[in-house]
Design a protein around this ligand. Structure first.
Ligand SMILES: Cc1ncc(COP(=O)(O)O)c(C=O)c1O
Length: 386
């Protein structure tokens, strides 16, 4: 018998859209030129690069010239933080961020602290929210940068980036937003929201892995962290990853075109999943924001008395793929820094599962998942009591 396959780990990565694959294959097979070459093949590649840049910029309402292509969200975050720190170190050495950022922010901050920078980590409330007032109070005359994520990857909290951006502007401090989990799910508009720098990643929006972008507004000047032939305005040298970039462009265009439809669909599925879980299974706890307040694609739930990892593998046996925390932290010991930051302890910390939805999920997937969850949780709880 074929078991159903239900992929609910879309915050870790997503399935690539067919339109993206087709365009990438065209680049690999035919448009293989180097955009820096002076001949026709190079010119054609340059045209594709320009088109991709326009599509990615359009996803966040930005100028195409502000897009710097990178190898993904991790590199974009490294480039933003180290790039600003290096270029503004004469002005100041203080950075503000939050305790629930992705490791590609937190570990860069640790590195910067080792090199003499001071970092204030803003604590979040029980729903994972940063209070903009805390950010304002943390600013001092040495503050050069604020970096706060738009959507948390483990619990789906939507941070008040617009308010933080106003505070940053008022105080003459640069504001960077890790929008890797937000793009394509909620509106990100660099002009309206007054964002100076934004990190993006293609593989979270049904594009390929290993490609992303850092958006820089006109006023921002950063030092490169990779040196070479001067590509990407001398900010990110290296021959462009053309298949990846072009795929990212297509994924961005589709994400932009379907933003409203997708976010409504995902929110509908998320609500269905939570209603199913909370009505069918006892002793469950919603981690993070209320269902309708969070990002449409992330639901984090603890099942009291069941270890998250055990449940993950029990679900896997039935073709359901979920996560215990973020993909990056799930193999590390000690529990998620995000769940700890919102005050989770003991049973609830150990029993957390992240369900993350994507465009290919259906209501049938959700109903099947609730059904299997109920059986597995019942079984594991009974098994534990024996
Ligand atoms: C919020 C956030 N930032 C950054 C990243 C890193 O992106 P990438 O996998 O493209 O390096 C991730 C990936 O999980 C993420 O969720």
């Amino acid at each position: 018998m074929m078991i159903m396959e239900v992929y609910l780990d879309n915050s870790a990565t997503t399935k690539v859209r067919k339109e993206v694959i087709d365009k990438m294959l065209e680049v690999l097979e035919e448009e293989y030129g180097n955009p820096s070459s002076l001949h026709r093949k190079g010119y054609q590649a340059e045209k594709l690069l320009k088109e991709a840049r326009e599509n990615v910029a359009c996803l966040i309402g930005g100028r195409p010239e502000g897009i710097i292509f990178t190898s993904g969200g991790t590199e974009s975050n490294n480039l933003a933080l180290i790039g600003v720190a290096e270029s503004l170190k004469k002005k100041g050495n203080h950075i503000i961020s939050s305790t629930i950022e992705h490791p590609s922010i937190l570990n860069v901050l640790k590195f910067l602290e080792e090199s003499g920078f001071k970092v204030t980590y803003i604590e979040v409330d029980k729903k994972g929210k940063v209070n903009p007032e805390d950010v304002e109070n943390a600013i001092n005359d040495k503050t050069i940068l604020i970096s706060i994520m738009a959507v948390n990857n483990e619990i789906g909290t939507i941070e008040p980036i617009e308010e933080i951006a106003s505070i940053a502007k008022r105080n003459g401090v640069l504001f960077h937003v890790d929008a890797v989990q937000a793009a394509g799910k909620i509106e990100i508009d660099v002009k309206k929201q007054k964002l100076d720098m934004v990190s993006l990643s293609a593989h979270k929006i049904h594009g390929p892995k290993g490609v992303g972008a850092l958006y820089l507004s006109e006023e921002v000047r950063i030092r490169p962290i990779i040196f070479g032939g001067g590509q990407e305005k001398n900010i990110r040298s290296g021959t462009e990853n053309m298949p990846g970039i072009v795929g990212f462009g297509v994924a961005s265009r589709l994400a932009k075109e379907s933003l409203e439809e997708v976010s409504q669909k995902l929110m509908g599925l998320k609500k269905r999943l939570w209603e199913g879980i909370s009505s069918e299974i006892k002793d469950v706890h919603l981690n993070g924001p209320e269902v309708e307040e969070g990002a449409p694609h992330i639901l984090n739930v603890s099942f009291r008395g069941v270890r998250g990892e055990v449940l993950l593998h029990a679900l896997e046996e039935e073709g359901i793929y979920v996560s215990t925390g973020s993909a990056c932290s799930s193999k590390k010991r000690g529990g998620s820094h995000v769940l700890k930051a919102i005050g989770l302890k003991g049973d609830l910390l150990e029993g957390a599962i992240r369900f993350s939805l994507g465009i290919f999920n259906t209501e049938e997937d959700i109903d099947y998942t609730v059904d299997i969850l109920k059986k597995k949780v019942d079984f594991l709880r009974r098994f534990k009591r024996r």
